[in-house]
Write a protein that binds this ligand. Structure first.
Ligand SMILES: Nc1ncnc2c1ncn2[C@@H]1O[C@H](COP(=O)(O)OP(=O)(O)OP(=O)(O)O)[C@@H](O)[C@H]1O
Ligand SMILES: [Mg+2]
Length: 281
């Protein structure tokens, strides 16, 4: 497994309670957070391990999974690390589902149906008072039972205060007002449903075009030079233009106003689903 973190025996044991004897496959290992797929004769599960600063993030995600309807989790600590086990979800990510659409018009009906499903999944989450907080092209999995979201590390339920500091999830999908709040404070910054709808439209834009929604270069910004904080501060101005690539104009015509409007004028996730249903196939 090379540089990949090693999976704590306690986590493997917890997986084997559900799956029977398992084989592990390393999936990702980034910034102190590693994921394995553990497959056994009875089931497959995801094992996620957070070490260092990611330990608390992983603990928080386990707690969210424990509270969300439709999810199950077993969690524990192994010295300084935190792990959890949750059922493996079979299905393509939104990014993968859109691949054929990015390559030609024949893939559009499948992608569009997936876009509607993703919006409905987010709408369902919002209806329970939760905000996911880190929507990304790979954080929606299109299963036979509909879209299931993953990576709930930055999720919170209205009325609770689950963190002391939130510095934002992926910067490219950060709504301008959220970027401005993070840049200027005060903490704790809380994610909102409106900012999530911006991220949702941004995910779909990215999946359709193959690139992030904003055209940094047109605004004279060098992504590498600016770094994540520089990009966040530029996004906070609300003045960065959208990319001009229009491989799928009918879909982008629905997403564009969502990405350009302020939080009060954005549709809900459910309204965005309705607008997408009307896009011609
Ligand atoms: N329950 C699951 N079912 C299926 N695949 C999963 C599951 N959990 C995680 N994965 C896979 O592992 C990848 C990484 O998971 P996740 O996004 O939760 O980890 P992460 O460490 O936060 O990654 P990143 O920092 O890149 O967002 C996902 O993109 C997905 O491919
Ligand atoms: Mg992730």
């Amino acid at each position: 497994m090379g540089e990949f973190a090693s999976c704590p025996p306690q986590a493997v044991k917890a997986a084997e309670v559900i799956c029977g004897p398992v084989k592990l496959k390393a999936i990702t290992d980034r910034r102190g957070s590693a994921v394995w797929k553990a497959t056994g004769p009875m089931a497959a599960v995801a094992i996620k391990l957070g070490t260092g600063a990611a330990a608390e993030v992983t603990a928080r995600e386990a707690s969210v999974l424990d509270q969300l309807p439709g999810y199950t989790v077993t969690a524990g600590r192994a010295s300084e690390a935190v792990w959890f086990v949750t059922p493996w979800l079979n299905g393509q990510s939104t990014w993968d589902l859109f691949r054929a659409a990015r390559e030609g018009a024949a893939g559009r009906p499948t992608a569009l149906a997936g876009a509607v499903d993703l919006c409905r999944a987010v709408a369902g989450l919002h209806a329970t008072g939760w905000v996911h907080g880190d929507l990304q092209p790979t954080h929606g999995l299109h299963t036979r039972m509909g879209v299931k979201l993953i990576d709930f590390a930055w999720s919170w339920q209205a009325g609770t205060t689950p963190w002391t500091v939130f510095e934002g999830a992926i910067v490219h999908l950060m709504a301008p007002e959220l970027a401005a709040w993070i840049a200027a404070g005060p903490q704790p910054v809380k994610t909102t449903r409106a900012a999530e709808v911006y991220a949702l439209a941004g995910v779909l834009w990215t999946c359709a075009t193959g690139g992030w929604p904003l055209d940094y270069r047109a605004a004279g910004i060098d992504r590498k030079e600016a770094g994540a904080e520089g990009l966040r501060d530029a996004i906070a101005t609300g003045k960065l233009p959208l990319s001009l690539a229009t491989p799928w104009p009918e879909l982008q015509d629905v997403l564009r106003p969502v990405l350009l409007s302020g939080p009060a004028d954005r549709p809900t996730a459910s309204e965005l689903a309705v607008a997408l249903v009307a896009v011609s196939r």
